[in-house]
Design a protein around this ligand. Structure first.
Ligand SMILES: Cc1ncc(COP(=O)(O)O)c(C=O)c1O
Length: 391
């Protein structure tokens, strides 16, 4: 049967292996992991691969994704990363734990938890400088005082999120600040605080170089598991696969053309005035993939091709080296933005692979090296004390 195009090939075994390596690495330090599934649109098979790799929680920002995973039979402690007051009833129905920063939302969660006779567990997120979600530190004692008055709500943890909006690093100083807050809040309110969640994939470097981890005993990881990278510099973590996802699109035009558009120049399809370099007459291909499918700046051709530009449904590439007639397939690696958008596109088929696909035999122009992962490309990985051990 002819393969569907465009498609994203997903190696579940690579995702599971990445998870296992990270669970071993962090587990040795007493850190449990939440596998963050949101970039995969809550794909149940991917969540299952994370669970088989050893994560103790599945975390997602979208209730719809949690519903989808639960309905598919995925069994885990489900954590909702983003709450909204208007979703309170569904949150209580589907999430076991949620991250929270607003008292009014918690009042609504409390009311529905009471209605459904559930205890809803929460992690209070603290603002440590990145300026996305978080209760300001000086408001925290009052906030917790009020939360503890709410029936059917149990505060099981404290957490922070950095390197998302403001690009603020999870430094040792910030992690110790969170750690001390856990101590203070624990003592002041007699709370056990089972979870002290220090952050996300950006915490890798800190975790590998810190003299001690204080009270931090949990991280919420998306990108490190899925794409094998830390997120402060986007360097591959040694031992991890960076190519668990591969996007494949079809060549629909292949011609020699001038590189400079001819005629009177005005705006392009997106209201920009394109600046285009003169490359003379050159070989161009167009693929059936555009901005409606993914973030084009977030995809990198595996072959030596250059993306020249894109509109909603077309992406144009310069092709200097390959015979790529129409019908050929071109494969791309993805960064986080490319992955997020491609997994969300209804036009891209998601093809789940149990074991790594082999590309050693070219299929009508499709080519990619048999091995090109972070684990096999040490020059692009973190090394030394900051490197994960490879299995
Ligand atoms: C609150 C929260 N924690 C953790 C993550 C995971 O981040 P990363 O993919 O960088 O590991 C995200 C984003 O997906 C998030 O919003």
């Amino acid at each position: 049967m002819k393969a569907f195009l465009p498609r994203i090939e997903i190696s579940l075994s690579k995702i599971q292996e990445n998870t296992q390596i990270l669970c071993d690495l962090y587990g040795k330090q007493g850190i449990s992991l939440m596998g963050v599934s949101k970039a995969t649109l809550g794909e149940p098979a991917i969540a299952q691969a994370m669970i088989e790799g050893g994560v103790q929680f599945i975390a997602d920002s979208r209730l719809e994704n949690i519903q989808k995973m639960k309905h598919a039979g995925v069994s885990s402690r489900f954590v909702l990363l983003r709450t909204a007051q208007s979703h309170a009833e569904t949150i209580i129905q589907y999430a076991d734990i949620s991250l929270n920063t607003e008292l009014e939302t918690l009042k609504a969660l409390s009311a529905y938890a009471h209605k459904y006779r559930k205890i809803h567990q929460i992690i209070v997120m603290v603002e440590l400088g990145d300026l996305r979600e978080g209760v300001l530190i000086h408001d925290l004692p009052q906030f917790i005082t009020e939360v503890l008055r709410l029936p059917n709500i149990e505060v099981i943890g404290i957490g922070c999120n950095l390197a998302c909006y403001g690009g603020i690093e999870p430094s040792h100083q910030k992690m110790m600040q969170l750690s001390q807050l856990a101590d203070h809040m624990g003592q002041a309110f007699g709370l056990k605080l089972e979870i002290v969640s220090g952050g996300n994939s950006a915490n890798y470097q800190w975790s590998q170089t810190a003299p001690h981890l204080g009270r931090i005993n949990n991280l919420r990881l998306g990108e490190s598991i899925l794409l094998g990278r830390e997120t402060l510099q986007r360097r591959a973590i040694a031992g991890l696969h960076t190519n668990a996802f591969k996007l494949i699109a079809e060549v629909i035009e292949s011609k020699q053309k001038p590189s400079i558009p001819f005629g009177t120049t005005s705006q392009d399809a997106f209201g920009e005035c394109p600046q285009i370099r003169d490359r003379g007459i050159h070989q161009r291909v167009i693929i059936a993939l555009g901005r409606q499918d993914t973030l084009i700046s977030g995809i990198q051709p595996i072959q030596d091709l250059e993306v020249l530009g894109s509109s909603s449904d077309h992406t144009i590439l310069e092709n200097k080296f390959y015979p790529l007639p129409i019908g050929s397939e071109i494969a791309f690696n993805l960064d986080y933005g490319g992955l997020l958008a491609a997994m969300t596109s209804p036009f891209i088929q998601k093809q789940l692979l149990r074991s790594a696909p082999s590309y050693s035999i070219p299929i009508r122009g499709l080519w990619s090296p048999p091995v090109e992962t972070g684990r096999d490309n040490p020059s692009k990985t973190l090394t030394g004390s900051a490197a994960a051990s490879s299995t």
